[in-house]
Design a protein around this ligand. Sequence first.
Ligand code: ATP
Length: 439
Amino acid sequence: MTRYLPYGDMEKLLSLSKRRGFVFQSSEIYGGLSSTWDYGPLGVELKRNVKEAWWRSVVVSRDDVVGLDAAILMQRQVWEASGHLDNFSDPLVECKTCHIRLREDQLETDVCPECSGELTEPRNFNLMFKTFQGPVEETASEIFLRPETAQGIFVNFNNVLNSSRKKLPFGIAQIGKSFRNEITPGNFTFRTREFEQMEIEFFVTPGEDDQWLQSWLKERYDWYIKYGIREDNLRIRKHDDSELAHYAKETYDIEYRFPWGWGELEGIANRTDFDLTQHAQSSGTDISYFDETTKSRFVPYVIEPSGGVDRATLAFWLDAYDEEPDGESTRTVLKFHRLLAPVTVAILPLSKNEKLVPLTKTILDRLKFKFKCQYDDSQSIGRRYRRQDEIGTPFCITIDFDSLDDHKVTIRERDTMHQSRVFISDIVSVIEDKLEHNW
Ligand code: ATP
């Protein structure tokens, strides 16, 4: 069934976000910093789980991809060679009357939309954040916060190749913060100036690039579906020639149907040998690959699946949001994939009665090293179930007075609300089994 969160309902998600601790406005007590967000106790778990699911899928479960964690700060020459200093910009016009700056490519009129004033000719505005290394603020010490993690991978190509002894085709994966001084950030965490990326640079023999591009496109599309995005809300869009970046031969975007329309979650690009060649020329270092079987030396091509952690997190969250009729009222439930849910198991003693405390504590101690648990003993059990539904907890364990005698507890499942009694000694294996098979 087609289901997605309409734009008007975004307010509901934002209110839940603040109330339950998913995402907060950054610097809120000082009036907030625009388009900048902090992940709260539940948001940070959700985001960690998204990153973990990605890492498991593209690094841990493959023997042809290794990981890297490169620094955010890099030599200025990196950005000269990559083309970012010259090309990573948006055309801006300025209103001669009110001095507002606007993106030329997003303008629908040729006068200022705010005051109808005359506009200047467009000038390119570089999106990289600039800072200074060391105590002197002069051009020589000017450096940039990286606008993508990819370049940290390219400049480490020789290091990784020599230390990991990988043969083509192989990839390097990395998760990390990137910064872009976006002119028009917005739509919650969709477009921000500080964000996290999860990127793979997958190096292949030229000639095999087209097939690897298709293979990664499928792999990455399937990953979003596997972790809960409905097919109706996910699509693949090919870039036409006018859209292609200066380094790309062919690019596809995986897009999600956000409440405000389709938006990019991840780009999968064939970057050819552009980056390695540029860095070889610029640094004077040989960056190439020797193929033992063909006895030939060449610069590999690279296929780049480049996704945003914040956008993926938001899409999984939006797609999980549901409201179901529940008797006289409505049940709000986040139907997260079980491995993405911020809390996996809620531990709920039926009451605060002191007879239940020791057993509840024993169960919590046993489970908390295996699963992300949350203990809650306040208010009625029905309200506690609703609170857990609202944050997407797949399993609630209720300890009642019978548990003291029959050594069983009730496991209640979020989506079906089905309840079953299981032996306390079996809880871990029952939940592990459900996490693995029951999605
Ligand atoms: P857009 O066209 O939406 O600006 P892009 O094509 O510039 O995105 P890429 O350079 O391909 O984005 O970056 C790869 C991924 O990084 C994007 O698919 C997106 O998920 C994420 N990303 C890029 N810019 C931002 C941003 N400002 N805020 C949050 N995530 C971003």
